[in-house]
Design a protein around this ligand. Structure first.
Ligand code: MN
Ligand code: MN
Length: 466
């Protein structure tokens, strides 16, 4: 019988609360790991910022830019960046990739309000910005909260301007206004999905007129003067910009016991950060270990920085060719943890879950055999064999895990990058941190589960090297 690493007296019970009887030293370790995670959250709120921070951490850990055609030796540490928005890191294993690679794939884009290409307008003596929401949001949650502006503007001559306003102490911030309750009788009678229209998610950007001009466009002109003074950009430059409005909150401890973290964008940095840390800390693994930080998961993994693109397959091909192998053979022997969040059971909404198959906070990393909607539509289901294999790795390495589905069957559903990796003929299973208020501007996770996800990724990378 396999070694039981959960407390012996509880081994018959599949799930237990990880905080019960947690030794103080371990708790300290967990909290200290999560301080690093909170700093990462505060430094990186967009996919580009995540890549920048990950490159910094990787270079500090001895990773160097990957050069296709180079023969790498076991223990070599490389990374490559795809268009500043996605990233692949690898530690070359003792046996290279001839028996496949161990992949952990997560994503670093999060739901937010993007600016439309022609965003700026004025109305009733205010300057506002039109937005187009990105990812699955409940629109009412994005009004009346402080927002920060992050992004990149590229001018016609190629000059780049990095923008980040609303994060530093004393910075101005922005918001989308909402109607006062006193005048909300009509709005309140609407359904939740209709009460706030997408075209009403307009950013309040400024309210003072330009002194140089009378009449129309005074408010718009004032904004453009300020943007020009600060960044040297004109209105047309906004058409070639990626400006994202994200919650201006910083990551904080939640609960009197500080057992949880509240922040914007846990989905999916709460898996990306543990996966990244696991790879940075891995010694020379047996098989080459690869971590992928992907973009565009929230809109279906489409586009050349999303997992539906070939950039991962090309990277594996390059690794394979350097060892005289075929990429398709390496992929066919590879195994993957698709590391993305799942929903945590919420006592305020018990009917949304089926309790026997729900993940709860503080019970470790969630394992989802499949995702999808209705009759498992759109899911990549892990095989019994691969699920057992992953269970074995976790159990042998003291990783507390729990099995779960997203929620009640036929209530909705969701997907991850798993199906795109599976499409490369890789064995793949979904694992990840259970989240409360997923996709809200302020999401909550348990520190214990974050740490268990780190341990899960590390054990997976180090498989066969006990
Ligand atoms: Mn996700
Ligand atoms: Mn998501």
């Amino acid at each position: 019988m396999a070694k039981k690493t959960v407390k012996e007296e509880n081994w018959l019970l599949q799930k237990e609360n990880g905080l019960c009887g947690l030794p103080a030293a371990k708790e300290k370790k967990i909290h200290s790991f999560c301080e690093g995670y909170k700093s990462f959250l505060n430094a990186a709120k967009t996919e580009r910022e995540c890549v920048r921070e990950a490159v910094k951490l990787a270079e500090k850990a001895g990773f160097v830019p990957f050069q296709p055609g180079t023969a790498y030796a076991p223990g070599d540490r490389v990374y490559c960046v795809n268009r500043e928005k996605a990233m692949i890191l690898a530690v070359i294993g003792e046996e290279g990739c001839k028996n496949g690679v161990s992949l952990v794939v997560s994503h670093i884009d999060s739901p937010r309000l993007d600016l439309k290409p022609v965003p700026l307008y004025e109305k009733n003596e205010m300057a506002l910005l039109k937005t187009h929401y990105y990812g699955g949001i409940k629109k009412y949650q994005w009004t009346a909260i402080p927002l920060a502006m992050h992004g990149t503007v590229v001018c016609e001559d190629g000059r780049r301007v990095e923008v980040c306003v609303g994060e530093k102490d004393g910075d101005p911030q922005f918001c989308v206004t909402d109607l006062l309750p006193h005048l909300s009788q009509e709005q309140s009678a609407k359904t939740l999905g209709k009460a706030i229209e997408a075209e009403n998610l307009n950013i309040l950007f400024a309210s003072s007129p330009s002194e140089d001009e009378k009449g129309e466009n005074r408010y718009k002109r004032k904004v453009m003067q300020l943007l020009h003074d600060q960044y040297g950009i004109c209105e047309e430059d906004l058409t070639s910009a990626e400006l994202e409005f994200v919650p201006a909150f910083r990551a904080v401890d939640i609960g009197l016991d500080r057992s949880m973290i509240g922040a914007y964008g846990h989905d999916d940095r709460v898996c990306a950060y543990p996966a990244l840390q696991a790879l940075l800390h891995v010694k020379t693994p047996q098989r080459t270990a690869v971590a992928v930080l992907a973009d565009k998961e929230e809109i279906g993994s489409v586009g050349n920085t999303g997992l539906d693109s070939q950039f991962l397959a090309y990277f594996i091909e390059d690794l394979a060719e350097a060892e005289g192998l075929h990429g398709r053979h390496v992929l066919s022997h590879s195994q993957c943890l698709s590391a993305d969040v799942t929903s945590a059971f919420d006592p305020n909404y018990p009917s949304a879950y089926e309790i026997n198959n729900a993940c709860s906070i503080n019970r470790g990393v969630g394992v989802m055999k499949y995702t999808g909607a209705r009759g498992k539509s759109g899911s990549s289901e892990a095989s019994a064999e691969f699920t057992a294999h992953v269970r074995h790795i976790f159990n042998q390495n003291g990783v507390q895990w729990q099995m779960g589905e997203l929620g009640r069957v036929d209530l909705g559903g969701g997907g991850t990058v798993a199906l795109y990796v599976a499409g490369l003929n890789v064995d793949v299973i979904d694992i990840g941190v259970p989240v409360l208020s997923m996709h809200a501007p302020f999401e909550v996770v348990s520190k214990y589960d974050v740490y268990m996800t780190y341990k899960a990724c590390k054990a997976f990378f180090e498989e066969g090297k006990e």
